[in-house]
Write a new protein. Structure first.
Length: 407
């Protein structure tokens, strides 16, 4: 080999790999437009999973967009939790006829009684093995600012959009789940007339979206969707099936908290600390780490069961040194995010409760980048404008102690 070729080989070997690129999708419009742009750009494959696929205008519009991708030759695979698959039966049958494959996670089976409580809580979109979107949003109107369509409150949520090697790992995970015994193909049957009506329904919603896409393309003030380079991005996921020896997301996240030296700023819609999380939290506090947690108040929450479990922990958390805040609404906080030591960003589907730790299938993205962390911290700080800090009594600061209903 010539000297020139040896030098070239050494240069290539020593060159750093191309960095992943990432952006925070904190607003409803960013989150919706990113999904549309990813699907429109797809050339080979779209893989998507979500805890909830609804029966509402946003969901039906999204399915119409995916149908068009399938019609131009893109492979489209969908996984939805069986308990929360609200897509109309005729629409599912129409999508199957169009070539879209749908599988349900843990459908009801008499020989699998534990499947009733073990759910898939993932929220994941993958395009062509290089573009990834994950976070807290389900596929339903309320997660994208369209709650009025179904007369429901909206959610405050967060996703990360990533381009790079993390998408390849996410794809391996999705396909492992797809081919596992944890999922089953849907058995949606409908009459030809019902399928024809479902097609017309998706046509109607897709026509509305086409008009919005055209408006956006012609809007000179529309900001560009800019992804910035970041350090290597880790994609965390729970094992597929109980025999997989991979570490669980909760374990990985507790380890990250264990590395904190200065601060841990956390958002979680539900806060029912497990023994393992409390141990990691107490160890961080003893190291002098400043811990701030924002969760929902009784007036903002969408789920009274975890709220009831949280109430008994509030006073202990504050007395242990946690800076505890409650989001007051009018929306419901649904983001599952954290910033560690001002440099590590975590966004995913994982709630700080026993379901996420022990029962649900969860995922998360971890990015170590100070600039991205500063942006995320700024957005999290802004949420405190609609929140109240909890004092050592377990009440909002300044609340009348006799008002026992205040949480």
């Amino acid at each position: 080999m010539s000297t020139a070729k040896i030098l070239l080989a050494l240069l290539l070997l020593s060159s750093p790999a191309l960095a992943d690129r990432v952006r925070i999708l904190a607003t409803d419009r960013q989150a919706a437009e990113a999904r549309v742009e990813m699907v429109l750009a797809a050339r080979e494959e779209i893989l998507a999973s979500a805890f909830i696929f609804g029966d509402d205008p946003f969901t039906l519009t999204s399915l119409g967009l995916l149908r068009d991708a399938a019609r131009r030759g893109v492979r489209v695979l969908l996984i939805v939790d069986a308990q929360w698959n609200q897509i109309p039966r005729a629409v599912q049958a129409h999508l199957k006829a169009e070539g879209i494959e749908i599988r349900e996670y843990h459908p009801f089976r008499l020989d699998r009684p534990l499947w009733l409580v073990r759910r898939m809580h993932d929220k994941l979109t993958l395009v062509d093995g290089r573009s990834l979107l994950a976070g807290g949003r389900n596929i339903q109107s309320t997660y994208f600012g369209f709650g009025h369509q179904i007369r429901s409150s909206n959610y405050v949520d967060c996703d990360l959009q990533v381009e790079g090697d993390a998408a390849a790992e996410a794809r391996r995970y999705f396909l492992a789940l797809w081919s596992s015994n944890e999922v089953r193909p849907v058995r949606a049957r409908a009459t030809p007339a019902e399928i024809q009506e479902a097609a017309r329904l998706l046509d109607h919603h897709k026509a509305w979206l086409d008009a919005r896409i055209e408006e956006a393309r012609n809007d000179p003030n529309r900001p560009p969707a800019t992804l910035v380079e970041a350090g290597p991005i880790r994609f965390l996921h729970d094992p597929v099936g109980h025999r997989d020896p991979a570490r669980k997301v909760g374990t990985e996240l507790r380890d990250l908290l264990g590395l904190a030296r200065e601060s841990a700023i956390i958002e979680s819609p539900y806060l029912v600390p497990s023994r393992a999380f409390r141990q990691a939290l107490d160890e961080a506090l003893r190291r002098g780490v400043h811990v701030r947690i924002l969760t929902n108040s009784l007036g903002a929450t969408d789920n009274l069961w975890p709220q009831a479990g949280y109430v008994g922990h509030k006073r202990d958390l504050v007395l242990s040194g946690v800076e505890l805040w409650e989001y007051q609404g009018p929306e419901c906080l649904h983001a599952k995010a954290a910033v560690i030591d001002g440099e590590t960003v975590i966004v995913g589907s994982y709630n700080l409760d026993p379901r996420s730790e022990s029962l649900n299938s969860e995922l998360a993205l971890v990015v170590r980048d100070p600039t991205l962390a500063a942006e995320m911290r700024s957005r999290m700080d802004a949420h405190l404008g609609q929140a109240r800090r909890i004092d050592a009594r377990g009440f909002p600061e300044g609340a009348d102690e006799d008002r026992k209903s205040v949480v």
